[in-house]
Design a protein around this ligand. Structure first.
Ligand code: ATP
Ligand code: MG
Length: 356
């Protein structure tokens, strides 16, 4: 039997509320499947920790997390702690520390009533965004020139290395080949005349090794429009760090909102733990009220199970989410329901067991 070691970082705001429901789901699976077990360890890192220790996580945090198979994160960020601190001192530290260079964000409509777009059904909105997760516009490279003067100039540089660009594009081609899907690269070479010209070149070059994969290439502005007007164009998308971040918020908007969007930060070589998290933030406006939708965090559990090679369970979890939405009986207020976070989690487990 495989005992998977899962580090829990519930974090701030609604983070702990939704993580609790994801853990419930894993514990239910462990009870049903005698071949699976999970060992959880909780880490109290986040903004409260920051206010006490002036840092978001322990100095040796990366070492402490190193031997886990996965990290399950709720959300970090809270009023009173600047967003760039919570992002850089925890989330990006983990992503970079464990070389989680692939960000997998499914854009999948589970029920046509969830999309604000007219005349689109589940089969029209079903694709995977593969976002570069280690460099690009998030490299943290920049400077403040002439600080304090009226003529301030600030530089923020995108960093695109051969290694970083090629490995994400290669990962996307492999995935497209495996799934027999088309691959769309999204860039902006007309305006970003170094980084995106390079990106396009690498995409074309690597593509020559995958003649069986059908490819498309779009500018990010056109792609943003197609995400809304013609989402059926996309099967697998590969794009840079910043573009992927923005585009997947559009992806969330067309599939039911932040309460359903999930993201996996993957180190494909499995040399280090990968991290699974809902895309949403700590949502201080609804924290502590039992209003948070746990389904995004539960979808993250499905991604974790897939990463562990338990595709069967991953599919069962997503099918159960779909069933809950179709049934439209026990849902949180963001999806028009009147049930609480933990009621949805309890009902989810009941439903999942009933569907087996
Ligand atoms: P952050 O700065 O960490 O991104 P945020 O305040 O921007 O946090 P988000 O989580 O990004 O909050 O989401 C924006 C809004 O969407 C929230 O304020 C909340 O009202 C709603 N929301 C987000 N996640 C959920 C959820 N799981 N369930 C219900 N509503 C949510
Ligand atoms: Mg936000």
């Amino acid at each position: 039997m495989k005992a998977w070691k899962v580090a829990l970082i519930p974090g701030d705001g609604i983070g702990p509320e939704v993580v609790a429901e994801g853990v419930k789901v894993l514990q239910a699976i462990e009870k049903i499947d005698s071949g699976l077990s999970f060992q959880f360890q909780r880490f109290p890192w986040g903004c409260e920790y920051y206010l006490e220790h002036q840092k978001m996580m322990a100095d040796d945090g990366i070492e402490q997390l190193q031997n886990f198979d996965a990290i399950y994160l709720g959300a970090v960020g809270y009023p009173g702690v600047p967003d760039h601190i919570s992002l850089w001192d925890l989330l990006l530290k983990i992503r970079k520390g464990f070389d989680q260079y692939v960000n997998l964000r499914p854009v999948r409509l589970l029920n046509e009533e969830l999309t604000p777009i007219k005349n689109k059904s589940e089969k029209d909105i079903d694709f995977l965004v593969i976002r570069e997760n280690s460099e690009g516009e998030y490299a943290g490279a920049g400077d403040w020139l002439f600080k304090g003067k009226k003529e301030e100039v600030v530089l923020q540089t995108g960093v695109f290395s051969r290694k970083g660009t090629e490995r994400i594009i290669r990962y996307a081609f492999e995935e497209a080949r495996k799934q027999k899907k088309s691959l769309t690269s999204i860039s902006k070479a007309n305006a970003l005349n170094y980084s995106m010209v390079f990106w396009d070149e690498v995409f074309e070059e690597v593509g020559k090794e995958y003649p069986d994969v059908k490819t498309e290439s779009y500018l990010v502005d056109a792609a943003s429009m197609f995400f809304v007007m013609q989402p059926e164009r996309f099967e697998i998308v590969v794009t840079s760090n910043l573009f992927g971040d923005i585009l997947t918020d559009i992806g969330a908007a067309i599939t039911g909102g932040m309460g359903l969007a999930t993201g996996a930060n993957v180190n494909p070589e499995k040399e280090y733990p990968s991290m699974f998290e809902p895309v949403h933030g700590s949502a201080p406006d609804i924290a502590g009220q039992g209003k948070a939708n746990p389904l995004a965090a539960i979808w993250s559990v499905a991604q974790m199970l897939e990463h562990f090679g338990e595709e069967k369970w991953g599919n069962i979890v997503v099918d159960t989410i779909k069933e809950l939405i179709n049934e439209n009986k026990v849902l949180t207020p963001d999806l028009g329901g009147k049930h609480s976070t933990s009621e949805v989690g309890d009902y989810f487990v009941e439903k999942m067991i009933g569907m087996l």
